[in-house]
Design a protein around this ligand. Structure first.
Ligand code: HPA
Length: 347
């Protein structure tokens, strides 16, 4: 992968938009000569954290250079079939993932693999369902990711969350994670949207396992408000202004790529989840670790296995996500506008 950029000099703790210090992370265990971490796993070595922080800073430096300055403070990750949202942005700078040093590539269907930074400068025309849409503020600038990295693509947890730390190094403060998911509430319909209240990590792994990247966050981060209550309120307000029905529930993350069995879906329901999907959970954990506030919105692209007596297909997921696109995009746009109004008031 191309990496002609000069290494970014460390510049203090995570906090300032810019770089994240590579010092003081995963220091070699000089007191105890017997290092019990698995020597066969390079990601468990003490030098890993410093090297990883350096790579993250190089990715961020490249993006900042392409933007010709600071990145926006609000970012959106667009899930399967939802990436069209970014094509509507004005004055857009498009940065393919393949151009960014160390950045993973999107291989999932419906994931274009670009970072798009741009503004809402025009009312994109409210879809017919949204005739009462309020006038929209113009000028809110955001960073969109058209596609993410999943465990089912073969990525490790660290790779699947790499972009979140790059966002942190760029100074992103608020993140909207979107996804396609299977609804487990029998009364819900495909195409509806769900505000994520909390999650259950059923992926069998945690992205923070390994040496702690101490410049990003603590060893044991709190997850009580993993989905930020204030951002949730903003999303509710946006939905209500636009007369969009926004379901609410707990999202359970499963690695896939096989869809769940009906027995697994019964188990998830018994555990208190309302939607299941193959993403979002690792990103939310890493965002919380590094102090980025998260709002999660799921597009319920299908009812989960066994809820209806019919098999699931990827085509159905992409098709429903595309059909919900206009409503979904209006909700995200309005949420971003309200968030950026809050940002400019310093909240
Ligand atoms: N299960 C898991 N992931 C999904 C589903 C599902 O039913 N639909 C969309 N993503």
């Amino acid at each position: 992968m191309s990496n002609s950029k000069k290494p970014v000099p460390p510049s203090g703790a995570a906090g300032a938009a810019g770089t994240v210090s590579t010092t003081g992370t995963g220091a070699a265990n000089t007191k105890n000569p017997i290092d019990t971490r698995n020597p066969a796993n390079p990601a468990a070595s003490p030098a890993y954290a410093a090297a990883q922080t350096g790579r993250i800073n190089e990715s961020a430096a490249y993006i900042r250079e392409r933007l010709g300055g600071a990145a926006p403070e609000i970012a959106v990750v667009l899930g399967s079939g939802l990436g069209g949202f970014a094509d509507q942005l004005q004055n857009a700078v498009v940065i393919p993932y393949r151009d960014i040093p160390h950045f993973p590539r999107s291989t999932a269907p419906g994931h274009k693999g670009n970072i798009v930074v741009g503004e809402f400068t025009q009312n994109r025309g409210a879809p017919s369902q949204l005739r009462n849409a309020p006038p929209q503020n113009h000028g809110a600038r955001i960073l969109c990711m058209q596609g993410r990295f999943h465990l089912y693509e073969g990525y490790t947890m660290s790779e699947a969350t790499y972009h979140i730390r790059v966002m942190r190094a760029l100074g992103v403060k608020k993140l909207i994670l979107t996804n396609a998911s299977g609804g487990m509430e029998p009364m819900w319909q495909a195409g509806e949207l769900m505000l994520i209240l909390d999650h259950i990590n059923f992926m069998g792994q945690n992205p923070l396992v390994g040496p702690n990247l101490g410049e990003f966050g603590p060893r044991f981060p709190d997850m009580t408000y993993a989905y930020d209550p204030q951002m949730r309120d903003v999303a509710r307000r946006a939905a209500s202004e636009l007369s969009i029905r926004l379901r609410e529930g707990v999202y359970v993350g499963f690695t896939g790529p096989s869809y769940e069995t009906p027995a697994e879906i019964r188990m998830f329901r018994a555990l208190g989840a309302s939607a299941v999907g193959m993403s979002t959970v690792p990103e939310t954990i890493v965002a919380n670790h590094c102090g980025i506030k998260v709002c999660g919105i799921s597009c319920i692209t299908n009812l989960a296995a066994g809820i209806l007596d019919q098999p699931l297909t990827e085509g159905e997921v992409i098709e429903t996500a595309g059909r919900s696109g206009p409503v979904f995009e209006s909700l995200i746009q309005r949420t971003v506008e309200l968030l950026s109004a809050d940002e400019s008031m310093g909240q």
